[in-house]
Design a protein around this ligand. Structure first.
Ligand code: CA
Length: 274
């Protein structure tokens, strides 16, 4: 991949470079300079720091890419970063920039995020916050961690984005580390498919090590998906979860193999529905 970058050497000229940005080293370089808020080296150049967050903590490292455009000259170049991290766009001539950040995968369901008018000042760091979100819907297959034999399947085209999770033999689980925007009492809906009475339940829980409440999901014909609120057998219907702002963990354990989960939907409104 070819992209433009700017040298740190004394000539302040643009040049074409090849290869991938070494974001890890870059971030490490910045740690020491972060302590006093100033870059270590005297330089007439500036930095844009992009803070990247996903509202479900990603299960694996996938690239995000930032397109940086100098609003005066129109020059642009790309910088790559690991998702969930901080991206430093370094060695920028002072000026005004636009930055477009997107997930660098073909089927990403996050629209690109653009910020214009970022003022870069010499020897300073301009910050840009990026939150990739599908709130309040989350694909089951985007779970932060999926423990086998729970697995991602793609054999039912009726599933949202063509994928869902399913356990086998009542084993395996999925955990969603979800960045909750504000304190509240939440109801969780699930889009499920359950063909018979021996494949129509999960164990569920939140912010616990093991999910123990039995959630009986509605049965449906093969290939038919149904939304329902999480409820507990012999317990609350619907279940409610008290979440504090910040990352909360939702656990879905396989109870009966073959029970399929496609999406979840979170709301604090008892009258809302997906
Ligand atoms: Ca799905």
């Amino acid at each position: 991949m070819v992209f433009l970058t700017l040298t740190l050497v004394l000539t302040f000229t643009w040049f074409m470079g090849c290869g991938e940005a070494d974001i890890g080293d870059t971030a490490d370089d910045m740690k020491s300079s972060d302590t006093d808020g100033q870059p270590e080296a005297e330089s007439p150049l500036g930095i844009i720091r992009v803070n990247i967050r996903f509202d479900v903590k990603p299960p694996e490292v996938i690239k995000v890419i930032a397109t940086v455009i100098n609003e005066t000259t129109g020059e642009e170049f790309n910088v790559e970063a690991d998702r969930n991290g901080r991206l430093f766009i370094e060695d920028l001539l002072p000026g005004t920039y636009s930055v477009i950040v997107k997930e660098d995968v073909e089927d990403s369901h996050f629209p690109p995020i653009e910020e214009k008018g970022i003022e870069v000042i010499a020897n300073d760091v301009a910050a840009m916050d990026v939150l990739f979100t599908t709130w309040p819907y989350f694909e089951a297959e985007d779970a932060t961690e999926i423990q086998a034999p729970m697995l991602i399947d793609d054999t039912d085209a009726g599933a949202s984005r063509g994928k869902y999770i399913v356990g086998s033999g009542g084993k395996g689980w999925a955990r969603f580390d979800i960045d909750i925007p504000e304190d509240g009492i939440y109801i969780i809906w699930g889009r499920t498919s359950a063909e018979d009475g021996s494949s129509d339940s999960f164990f569920v829980g939140a912010n616990v090590d093991q999910a123990t409440m039995i959630w009986d999901v509605p049965r449906s014909a093969p290939g038919v998906w149904r939304w329902s609120k999480m409820k507990a057998r012999n317990g609350p219907n619907p279940l409610t979860f008290e979440f504090a702002k910040g990352v909360n963990e939702i656990l879905i354990w396989s109870r009966e193999g073959g029970t399929k989960l496609d999406q979840i939907f979170l709301t604090t409104d008892p009258n809302a529905s997906p």
